[in-house]
Ligand binder design. Structure first.
Ligand code: MG
Length: 365
């Protein structure tokens, strides 16, 4: 099965409610879909969002990186040479992790199709059912409490609460949500770099002293501030998770060396795809560190790839934050991973099992 062409589409899906973090507000998923064609007639699908404030990738940069730097290396290559292909993708250029991820996802999809097996089985197998949390956007306190209660009533048992705006209000946000859902849902806080190290310690110690139990605090300080991450990790009981601070395996190795966080958030758009995500999971497992698998604002193409990985590495990927599809007003993808609110299950369809993508707009040369 040889690669013959790589084509692009734009997929737009409105969100149920605007997605608001300390960094941005978004109301529609707009993602580049990558279609890797082969001489067998099989097509592999990948996807990448523009997340300029986190990865630096834009729609234009994703298409340009693939069209001019990645695709020329892949045309004519054999899908059976998976490790060679992922190396070609990763060494095609610096950074551009979302573009690399979209292509790798499509290649792994084809690799599964080549052997007529679902991707998670080729990655080592596992129980094909996982449970995700859901994001509660940062907003007025009453709105966040109402959104949290509604999510619990939809069956979500873990809530990812976005904070990182005003430290005093953030503490009140968490107090109010905790009181409203206590005993019914675990709370994960994501500050999206919005606090200083001292503010984070103050907020978490205040919450801890009030008897509020949090499952974790994610990325309290600026991405580059590893010293700040370590400062917080050393001073609070709540486990600290690194998200924007770590992209690839080398950064994870450094984070582990510094003991700057307790948990790693793996996202395919940061790692550049599945090959490096596997390396991170293995590295973390060697050091006894747990991982979360997360996503950007993605639909069930790239999130399906994350699901397959999470199933196959469930021993170390113990937390799942793959709520992209459940934030969307509809699922544009007919395929092998079934997203039903908090419950995600995988069928035995080959590769990622994607049969159809509805409403895809072609991007011409
Ligand atoms: Mg995060």
């Amino acid at each position: 099965m040889k690669i013959t062409d790589i084509r692009f589409g734009m997929l737009r899906v409105p969100l149920k409610t605007p997605f608001k973090t300390a960094l941005r507000t978004v109301d529609t998923v707009e993602d580049i879909v990558v279609m890797v064609h082969t001489d067998s007639g099989r097509i592999g699908y990948g996807e990448a969002p523009a997340t300029a404030v986190i990865t630096g990738d834009t729609h234009g940069s994703i298409v340009d990186a693939i069209r001019h730097y990645i695709a020329p290396r892949l045309i004519g290559q054999d899908i059976g040479d998976l490790n060679r292909l992922t190396r070609l993708v990763q060494t095609s250029m610096e950074k551009n992790t979302s573009a690399k991820a979209a292509v790798e996802i499509a290649i792994y999809d084809l690799w599964g199709q080549l052997y007529d097996a679902p991707l998670y089985k080729l990655l080592g197998g596992g129980d094909p059912a996982i449970t995700t949390d859901i994001t509660i956007s940062v907003d007025y306190i009453d709105k966040m409490v109402a959104d949290s209660v509604a999510a619990v009533e939809r069956g979500f048992e873990s809530l990812k609460i976005k904070v990182g705006k005003d430290i005093g209000v953030d503490i009140e946000r968490v107090r109010a949500i905790y009181a409203a859902v206590e005993g019914r849902a675990l709370l994960r806080l994501d500050a999206n770099q919005g606090w200083t190290a001292k503010q984070a310690v103050y907020a978490l110690q205040t919450l801890e002293e009030a008897g509020i139990k949090l499952e974790l605090i994610e990325q309290p300080v600026k991405a580059r501030d590893l010293d700040g991450m370590r400062y917080v990790t050393e001073r609070v009981h709540t486990p600290v998770m690194a998200d924007e601070s770590v992209f690839g395996p080398l950064e994870v190795a450094e984070l582990i060396r510094l003991r700057a966080a307790d948990i790693i958030n793996i996202k395919l758009m940061k790692t550049g795809g599945i090959s490096n995500a596997i390396r991170i999971a293995d590295l973390a497992a060697m050091h006894g560190i747990e991982c979360m698998i997360g996503c950007m604002l993605e639909t069930s193409i790239s999130v399906a790839a994350a699901v397959h990985l999470a199933v196959a590495r469930a021993d170390v990927i113990t937390k799942v934050d793959l709520d992209g599809p459940s934030l969307c007003q509809f699922n544009p993808v007919v395929g092998g991973v079934i997203f039903n609110e908090s419950e995600i299950s995988v069928t035995d369809a080959p590769g990622l099992g994607i049969r159809e993508i509805r409403g895809l707009e072609e991007i011409k040369d």
